[in-house]
Design a protein around this ligand. Structure first.
Ligand SMILES: [Zn+2]
Length: 113
């Protein structure tokens, strides 16, 4: 079971990295988005970049969860909630392999850093 979970997580991780690589090709990335400094063509570009940034953020968040799940596999704590140390139901893990918190902690901590 663990081996196949790890394989699936690694596949997912590779897929997320490939998508991120495609989205973050632009050389100037790093110090946030400069938005609204220019008008005209720049605005359109900024808007489309802003959308990309939203996608990149959510892909990065997914990638971090997958990385955390892989770390938990290595630690032997996979299937245990990172917040309350409670057991994560198998059904939840099967639906979301990268789950690192239980249902109720996930609900409460959705916007935690
Ligand atoms: Zn919990």
């Amino acid at each position: 079971m663990t081996a196949s979970v790890e394989r699936s997580l690694r596949e997912r991780h590779a897929e997320l990295e490939a998508r991120l690589a495609g989205l973050t090709r632009a050389p100037e990335r790093g110090s946030g988005i400069s938005f609204g400094k220019r008008v005209g063509d720049g605005t359109v570009e900024a808007v489309s970049r802003l959308n990309d940034v939203g996608v990149v953020d959510s892909l990065n968040a997914s990638k971090e969860r997958v990385e955390r799940a892989l770390a938990k596999l290595a630690e032997g704590t996979y299937g245990t909630c990172d917040v309350c140390s409670g057991e994560i139901p198998t059904a939840r893990l099967e639906a979301h392999l990268e789950s690192v918190v239980c249902v109720s902690c996930g609900r409460h901590a959705r916007r935690a850093p």
